[in-house]
Design a binder for this molecule. Structure first.
Ligand code: PNW
Length: 443
């Protein structure tokens, strides 16, 4: 077989990814307002190690060193997000002129190093001031988001390679508003369904507005998607997997690429289905330049509702207890290609693994499990490419060990180790592997 790097074209986008809340720290500096994650972290029991994002990786104060670190990997792209409350403290009213200075330094620093900036507008840190007005449940937040999107594009849009509206709306809606395990910690299926609709609507309206303003970068959205399969061949399990796929995947991809919510999921929601105004679905189905896919595992569904626990079954899992199943990534991508005639080009905007590699041994982290994870998943992308899926890029989650949401600092996804006492960054063996892989690919 051809060596792996030869299976990717010369214009393929290779990156590393992060998000604002998970790395920046400086939670109340430079005029930054409070976000819903700043608030949520203070709720007792919300975060596994009772930590917060006040310091995180202190990236806000270490920008130049981190830019050099990114460049040292040999990637040609970096995916990051803007903290909305840094740019507009309360999410409405005045913009903070200092706010975008930081992101301008970031974008210009990337460009100076020959790295494409990929900017995400919403990686979950909504201004608390908007949550106080109802957050994503309130239709007005949709319009606040469009204003914010236009403001960011006006300042930085001429230098971006890609602009993403939302990261993983399913996580915001379901984990944040139905399960309540992520900010803002609400538990209501009805609220969550309305939130998902408003996130999609704000994506479509933002795309329209950004295009009207003369967008120069690629515009799209990032979804967390998994291949979803039944636990057994029993008809009940097959039906349960179909419904789970409708709620988790097609709830987002059908509106974006077909202009409608999947019937099965709507029927299942019943009275909890969202209020949809005339014209909304057409706005959501706006053509986009790319789809970003975040993928970590596959989803195995049993009708009994029993958690089909991979670890219990002796299957390989990461430190999140998520099954490691690279074929699932190929299956997912081939399925998207099959389901949607309008599928645009696809970037893997996150893929990677948490592994318990916290301990530095002789100043090194020999994370062979992560190297295996990355190699097999990159091979899964190559396989999708060969089967005709329009794959355009791949980004590792994550550049750095960082604040892993409800898991706090206990789970480490970085290809670069972070010592949270000293903030010293140490590239792991996986970072060296990625650098060497990219060197070979460049030829
Ligand atoms: C994504 N789930 O989050 C996020 O985009 C990242 O910020 C995060 O660090 C990364 O994946 C690893 O978790 C997810 O439970 C969080 O299905 C939870 C789920 C999926 C994605």
């Amino acid at each position: 077989m051809n060596s792996l790097h030869r299976q990717f074209p010369p214009d393929f986008v290779w990156g590393v990814a992060t998000s604002s809340f998970q790395i920046e720290g400086a939670a109340s500096e430079g005029g930054k307002g409070e976000s819903i994650w700043d608030r949520f972290c203070r709720q007792p029991g919300a975060i596994a190690d009772a930590s917060n994002g006040d310091v995180a990786c202190d990236h806000f104060h270490r920008l130049d060193d981190d830019l050099d670190l990114i460049a040292s990997l040999g990637v040609n792209a970096y995916r990051f997000s803007v903290a909305w409350p840094r740019v507009q403290a309360d999410g409405h009213g005045a913009f903070n002129p200092q706010g975008l200075d930081f992101y301008e330094r970031l974008v210009d620093g990337l460009k100076a190093r020959g790295i494409q900036p990929w900017l995400t507008l919403n990686h979950w840190d909504l201004p608390q001031g908007l949550q106080d007005r109802g957050g994503w449940f309130d239709r007005d937040t949709v319009h606040r988001f469009v204003d914010y999107a236009r403001h960011v594009q006006a300042r930085l849009g001429d230098r971006l390679a890609g602009l993403t509206t939302h990261n993983e709306p399913w996580v915001v809606a379901t984990l944040g508003h139905d399960k309540g395990i992520f900010a803002p910690g609400i538990q209501s299926r009805r609220v969550a369904a309305q939130v998902s609709h408003h996130l999609l609507l704000s994506h479509g309206l933002a795309l329209q507005a950004l295009r009207a303003d003369g967008a120069r970068s690629e515009l799209g959205i990032v979804l967390n998607l998994s291949s979803t399969v039944p636990a057994t061949a029993m008809p009940a399990d097959i039906a349960a997997a179909r419904l789970a796929d409708a709620h988790g995947r097609r709830w987002y991809t059908d509106p974006l690429f077909k202009g409608s919510y999947p019937e099965g999921a709507l029927a299942d929601l019943g009275a909890d289905a969202p209020v949809v105004q005339a014209g909304d679905m057409g706005v959501i189905a706006q053509p986009m330049d790319y789809l970003g896919v975040n993928n970590y595992t596959r989803s195995v569904i049993a009708a009994s509702g029993e958690d089909w626990n991979a670890k219990g079954r002796g299957l390989p899992v990461s430190d999140m207890d998520w099954e490691i199943y690279p074929q699932g990534l190929t299956d997912l991508l081939v399925q998207l290609r099959h389901d949607y005639a309008r599928l645009p080009k696809v970037y893997i905007t996150e893929n990677g693994g948490a592994f318990p590699d916290a301990r530095l041994v002789d100043g090194r982290v020999q994370d062979d499990d992560r190297i295996d994870y990355l190699r097999t998943h990159i091979a899964a992308v190559a396989s999708a490419l060969q089967q005709g899926v329009p794959m355009a890029g791949y980004m590792v989650w994550s550049l750095l060990d960082n604040f892993e949401w409800a898991s706090g600092y206990l789970k480490r996804f970085g290809i670069v180790h972070v010592d949270y006492d000293t903030q010293v960054r140490t590239p792991k063996a996986s970072a060296e592997w990625y650098r060497e892989f990219l060197r070979q690919w460049r030829g």
